[in-house]
Design a protein around this ligand. Structure first.
Ligand code: FAS
Ligand code: PHB
Length: 425
């Protein structure tokens, strides 16, 4: 991904900008939007096509902190019209469903508004702003991050069929390079000596999208002895549902009937029925946590999943990306407007302080709500996992009975406050 400006072949095309952003996911697109509002030029380069990034189904929950940011920067109109405000969630265990009220506990909410909707709003904004977004790039490499003239090299094909035709070598010169290229991106490798820390959970999520009205008013997180299940939604007509499965499980082993049967079992409640409909999307996502030791080196900065991944039980991945970008935008604005380098130097420390608190919350939600059947021997160990399960039930019962515990969950779930970054002393 990175070289220190060896004698590279001359590029076919040279582009110039103030901020080169690698990745047109929520982090990259939102940063370009925020910078454009300040008159700071950015170019976004993206490995996939516009169609591909537009149809990716991922996160569904926006914490109130994120909603306030999006409204503040002119991205709240459709969200306020179509987003579903939720003032609490349901926790289900031991055959009972308990409502956890965010409103009563902390007076805040979350909004159900799919990540693909946020991306659609961002792309519509960039169409109006005329932002330069280069899709279908290949072989991206970051150079000279330790100099004051970093640049990104990449290739693109001009032909409509991206697999054939001449390759154009492009050099994008910038003052700052931002790696917003997600977990599988490679920008972070351009940071010498960067360390990564992480954890692979012994389970995964089978996520399904179904054309059926949600059978609940608010999200249901359920711990059943067979494993975790969740009932979420995308709109009054579309349900989003999840099942805990084994990490090595395959979607092929989960025909629709089996999915509905298992959801019925894990979400069962006397007097309640789960509506069924056409499943339009199903995918298995591994469950991992990961974060880097630093999000900044020289003229390279990281934001979003490029720097951290949280397990989705806390509904934080997208929200953390928004918080990173809000903070990075403020630091870059000061850097470009006044030459103040203190805020950019402080960005990584401040962003990671939030990341590790959210890692803690996401891990806590994950371990509380998933069954760990795993054993080193591979032989089911009811002695150990049965003990763990009964302790989780005790934890959940204490949680729903204890206002202070509910307040902590509600505070995290609806979003930690975004403090204005204090410049480094
Ligand atoms: P993204 O991964 O969204 O975007 C990175 C972009 O960079 C991509 O478009 C990629 O194509 C591009 N890219 C990568 N390498 C590149 C290169 N070398 N050159 C150019 N471009 C490159 N979060 C939740 O809160 N709730 C959920 O339910 C949830 N479900 C998820 C399901 C899946 C399958 C995944 C992968 C993530 C899920 N997440 C969820 C987390 C997700 O929402 C992320 O937090 C969010 O997409 C972060 O946005 P970005 O940081 O922009 O990263
Ligand atoms: C979703 O609706 O996709 C969703 C909701 C809550 C989570 C994770 C995913 O914790």
């Amino acid at each position: 991904m990175t070289q220190n400006a060896p004698n590279l072949p001359a590029p076919d095309t040279r582009l110039h900008t103030s901020v080169a952003i690698i990745g047109a996911g929520p982090a990259g697109l939102l940063l370009a939007h925020l910078l454009a509002r300040r008159g700071i030029d950015a170019v976004v380069i993206e490995r996939q096509s516009r169609e591909h990034i537009s149809r990716r189904i991922r996160a569904g929950v926006l914490e109130q902190t994120s909603v306030e940011v999006l409204r503040e920067v002119g991205l709240g109109d459709r969200l306020d019209r179509q987003g579903l405000q939720h003032r609490g969630i349901h926790l289900q265990f031991n055959g009972a469903r308990h409502r956890v009220s965010f409103d009563d506990a902390v007076g805040r909410s979350v909004w159900i508004y799919g990540q693909h909707e946020v991306v659609a709003d961002l792309l519509a904004s960039h169409d109006k702003l005329g932002t330069r977004i280069v899709y279908n790039v290949q072989n991206v490499a970051v150079h000279n991050v330790d100099s004051n003239a970093p640049f990104v090299r990449f290739e693109r094909r001009r032909s409509p069929d991206l697999r054939v035709g001449p390759v154009e070598r492009v050099e994008l010169r910038a003052q700052i390079v931002v790696g917003a290229d997600g977990f599988h991106g490679a920008a972070r490798q351009a940071i010498p000596g960067i360390e990564t820390f992480g954890h692979e959970y012994p389970y995964a999520w089978l996520g399904v999208l179904a054309n059926v009205a949600p059978s609940t008013d608010e999200l249901i997180y359920s711990l059943h002895e067979r494993g975790f299940a969740m009932h979420s939604m995308r709109s009054p007509e579309v349900s989003r549902l999840y099942l805990q499965v084994d990490p090595g499980d395959s979607v092929d082993a989960w025909p629709d009937e089996r999915i509905w049967e298992e959801l019925d079992t894990r979400l069962a409640l006397p007097g309640w029925t789960l509506g069924r409909g056409e499943i339009t999307d199903k995918a298995i996502t591994p469950m991992r946590a990961f974060a880097v030791s630093t999000m900044h080196h020289g003229r390279l900065v990281l934001a979003g999943d490029a720097a951290h991944i949280v397990p989705p039980a806390g509904a934080k991945g997208l929200n953390l990306a928004i918080a990173d970008v809000w903070r990075l935008d403020g630091a870059l604005a000061r850097w470009f407007d006044t030459g103040d380098r203190a805020h950019l130097a402080q960005y990584s420390t401040d962003a990671l302080e939030r990341v590790w608190q959210v890692q803690y919350f996401s891990n806590w939600m994950t371990r509380m709500l998933h069954r760990d059947f795993g054993t080193e021997s591979g032989v089911p160990d009811e002695y150990r996992s049965g003990f763990e399960y009964r302790m989780q039930l005790g934890q959940l019962q204490h949680l729903v009975d204890t206002p202070a515990a509910i307040a902590q969950l509600a505070g995290f779930y609806t979003g930690l406050p975004l403090q204005d970054p204090a410049p480094a002393q």
